[in-house]
Design a protein around this ligand. Structure first.
Ligand SMILES: NC(=O)c1ccc[n+]([C@@H]2O[C@H](COP(=O)([O-])OP(=O)(O)OC[C@H]3O[C@@H](n4cnc5c(N)ncnc54)[C@H](OP(=O)(O)O)[C@@H]3O)[C@@H](O)[C@H]2O)c1
Length: 259
């Protein structure tokens, strides 16, 4: 067997269909591109149409298979509508990546019910509802990959973690519950855990050079994360190669969490 066929047997996503929430920006966009380059047809879900169109145009110009659905994952009806429209492009997904997320950071004493509810809806409830919609079908077909994007704030308090850290801690527990339910049927469920990644999500922190330097020094690699750092780990967790890896949290954080 030559190198190409060995790598294809392990990691190729040819013929697979993926839904990537948050696929129009940052980590989700890098993951969507990477899955498509590995052969999957990818449906990007987010609210803003301009970002979705730009991402899909760039991908299709590269010869990749991509489509988009605009929906608000902060509303139950929005999630349901997104799921139904997402299957129109390439059919039922084999891979679900939940990267859409929000990080609102009021101090704990000022954290209102609105911020709590919105955070839980987008970061936790949407991944649960999408898993419930797609997981059983994956199990019936005997193959599936669910990948959540959590945060180091699931593991430590950090810059007003507030509701955000709670939602991400629960998201990792959701991955374990889903893994318990569906792994016997070929559906693995895992979580990618970013450290500090330079994306629009944390523009406020990343516009402070001293803070950026300080955070980079807390890693072992010596730099902050880039969205592209998730490309390989996402393909691994979406591919046949990770069939015996389930219920796990994979930190892609340059060693931040163990330093
Ligand atoms: N960047 C970091 O340092 C970091 C660290 C730890 C964890 N994470 C996690 O990584 C994931 C991706 O973050 P990122 O840094 O790539 O952020 P980002 O660049 O801000 O991207 C967030 C994505 O989520 C979508 N989104 C947000 N609210 C939505 C809603 N209500 N309905 C549908 N889509 C929605 C956004 O599109 P629209 O706004 O157009 O809807 C966008 O596509 C998040 O779950 C985040 O919590 C990031």
């Amino acid at each position: 067997m030559n190198v190409d066929s060995h790598l294809a047997a392990l990691f190729s996503l040819e013929g697979r269909v993926a839904v990537v929430t948050g696929g129009s920006s940052g980590i989700g966009r890098a993951i969507a591109e990477s899955l498509a380059r590995a052969g999957a047809g990818v449906v990007l879900v987010a609210r803003g149409e301009a970002g979705l169109v730009a991402a899909v145009e760039e991908m299709t110009a590269e010869g990749l298979r991509a489509a988009w659905v605009s929906a608000d994952l902060g509303e139950r009806d929005g999630v349901r509508a997104a799921a139904e429209r997402a299957v129109e492009a390439f059919g039922e997904p084999d891979i679900l990546v939940n990267s859409a997320g929000i990080n609102l950071r009021p101090p704990m004493g000022e954290l209102g019910e609105d911020v709590w509810d919105t955070t839980m809806s987008v970061n936790l409830e949407a991944p649960y509802l999408l898993g419930r919609r797609f997981g059983p079908g994956m199990a019936e077909r005997g193959f599936g990959r669910i990948v959540h994007v959590s945060s180091q704030q699931a593991h430590r308090a950090f810059v007003n973690s507030g509701a955000y850290g709670v939602s991400k801690g629960a998201l990792e527990a959701l991955a374990r519950s889903q893994a318990e339910a569906w792994s016997p049927y070929g559906v693995t469920c895992n979580t990618l855990v970013p450290g500090f990644v330079m994306t629009p999500l944390n523009e406020r922190l990343s516009s402070d050079p001293a803070k950026v330097r300080e955070l980079a020094e807390r890693t072992m690699v010596g730099r902050n994360g880039l969205a592209e750092d998730f490309a390989g780990a996402a393909v691994f967790l979406a591919s046949g190669a990770s069939g015996y890896v389930t219920g796990q949290t994979l930190f892609v954080d340059g060693g931040f969490s163990v330093h």
